[in-house]
Design a protein around this ligand. Structure first.
Ligand code: F6P
Length: 477
């Protein structure tokens, strides 16, 4: 039987006419599956009323199989809203202070990982290569090993990995973060993340470090390495060129009456630093009054995780701040901040990015932040905008043509906005060119191929290498 690539993630983008998902994980998994025979397994996005497990839904599309299962209300509450999004999400974003741990939620998280492994188990053939994604599924490799699967298993963490001391603040961390040691390869967004996980692994009981980033636990070997996630740069640049003429962009342009446009695009999430950004905008308007009435800030912020209390609180906080700044600085003909909770397709956003003089990307902590990369890919090389980027986004390790800021210092962000608005065209072009070249070379296809190659090399087994070679050959063919 031909080897298949099995992708496992919480969300699955089933091509069944339902809403398309726009997150970074979806882009990455789609690239891994591109032209490869494969399976994508995960949650259907549906929550069923009863606690009985429903059979998996299977959808076949060309050479791909999509397998999803529903979650019960209890599972959704304990696994997704509870442990994944109220404990792991804040803690891995360095916000242990926001983590609300309960052993019930941890139990639900482990139970759902077990359900996923049970359901997936039936579809796994000995030749398959398995690639698990993100913090919802930290124990998945261990669960699959318990069920006797000796397949190569890779894992990629899309969000940050904090230092060992922070990881150890997670109650029962050995059962979640520590369970990653059952993988053959763990990929992280940056060298800093990889270093943090390596230091954590080396402190686990029984760990033997064989080489930098190579650990042995009870004769199991796991490698840790950075694989900065990327975008489909050429495709995105083309989408941006095409969508500048779209009605959305045309309407926006006309409504600006010649004002310069500053754009922010983020899910409504405390890791994105939206309140800090609003304060920085307030500072900018206070310190640089000559720009009042001449710039418009558009913040596009789809709501997410709307049942989680911290997200409900943030919604209130941002709306209040926007109201205050608009109240203080606006006048009948000009509103400084336009705040929108709608979500737009990646293609529509591409046109907005290309129209913006400044891309303001200032998360307090972010694994990578693909908005930053997409903003760069979308620019007109003759007249590019300027990226202002937080030092705490993974993308800051690569995008050296951005103005790098500390999002906790509103005055510095305000000064960066002024610098960007005044930046001469030659400097803008020069900064843009270097970043675009980097993104054009290091695109999402190369990312997927590099990860899968590294996974192939983790076991010195000719059969595995042969499987991986066949996967690549079918991808190229
Ligand atoms: O890795 C973080 C991530 O999975 C992103 O890819 C995506 O934008 C976001 O989280 C989606 O969150 P949720 O699945 O909770 O809506």
């Amino acid at each position: 039987m031909a080897p298949r690539l099995i992708l496992v993630s919480n969300r699955v983008n089933v091509p069944d006419g339902g809403p398309r998902q726009a997150g970074g994980l979806t882009v990455a998994v789609n690239a891994a599956l591109k032209q490869r025979e494969g399976v994508w397994f995960g949650w259907s996005g549906k929550v069923s009323d009863d606690d009985e497990l429903s059979p998996p839904h299977v959808t076949e599309r060309r050479r791909r199989t999509f397998i999803t299962i529903d979650l019960s209300k209890t599972d959704f509450q304990e696994y997704y809203n509870g442990f994944a999004n109220r404990v792991l999400w804040p803690a891995l974003h360095y916000r242990v202070d926001l983590a609300e741990f309960t052993s019930v939620d941890l139990g639900g998280y482990q139970r759902v990982n077990g359900h996923f492994a049970d359901a997936l188990s039936k579809f796994i053939a000995p030749e398959d290569v398995i690639w698990v994604h993100d913090y919802h599924l930290l124990p998945m490799a261990q669960e699959l090993r318990k069920r006797g699967h000796n397949n190569p298993i890779g894992f990629f963490l899309h969000i940050p990995c904090p230092p060992p001391d922070v990881l150890k603040a997670l109650p029962h961390h050995e059962e979640t973060v520590g369970a990653l040691s059952y993988c053959d390869l763990v990929g992280l967004q940056t060298e800093q993340d990889a270093d943090n996980l390596s230091r954590y692994f080396s402190g686990l009981p029984g760990a033997i470090q064989r080489a930098p980033g190579l650990f042995e636990f009870d004769r199991r070997r796991v490698r840790v390495r950075a694989f900065p996630v990327a975008i489909a740069t050429a495709v995105y640049a083309r989408a941006a060129r095409n969508s500048v003429k779209s009605p959305l962009v045309e309407d926006l342009r006309q409504s600006l009456h010649g004002n310069r446009l500053i754009l922010g695009v983020d899910r409504l999430d405390y890791s994105k630093g939206i309140p800090n950004r609003m304060q920085a905008l307030g500072k900018f308007l206070e310190k640089f009054p000559a720009w009042r009435g001449k710039v418009t800030f558009l913040q596009v912020t789809p709501k997410s995780r709307v049942e989680v209390p911290e997200y409900i609180a943030m919604d209130e906080e941002v709306s209040t701040l926007v109201g205050k700044i608009n109240g203080r600085y606006g006048d009948p003909g000009w509103t400084p901040i336009r705040y929108i909770n709608k979500s737009y397709s990646r293609a529509s956003l591409a046109g907005l990015y290309r129209s913006a003089d400044i891309g303001l990307v200032t998360p307090l902590r972010d694994g990578m932040n693909l908005v930053a990369k997409e903003y760069v890919a979308a620019q007109d090389p003759e007249n590019p905008g300027v990226l202002i980027l937080s030092q705490f986004a993974g993308a800051a390790h690569e995008l050296d043509g951005a103005i790098i800021v500390n999002p906790y210092e509103p005055e510095a962000v305000a000064a960066a906005i002024e610098q960007a608005l005044e930046m001469p065209i030659e400097e803008r072009r020069e900064r843009q060119q270097g970043m675009f070249e980097h993104l054009a070379t290091n695109d999402i296809d190369l990312w997927a191929e590099t990860f899968l190659n590294a996974l192939g090399e983790t076991r010195e087994q000719p059969r595995l290498l042969q499987s991986l070679r066949q996967l690549f050959a079918s991808a190229r063919g």
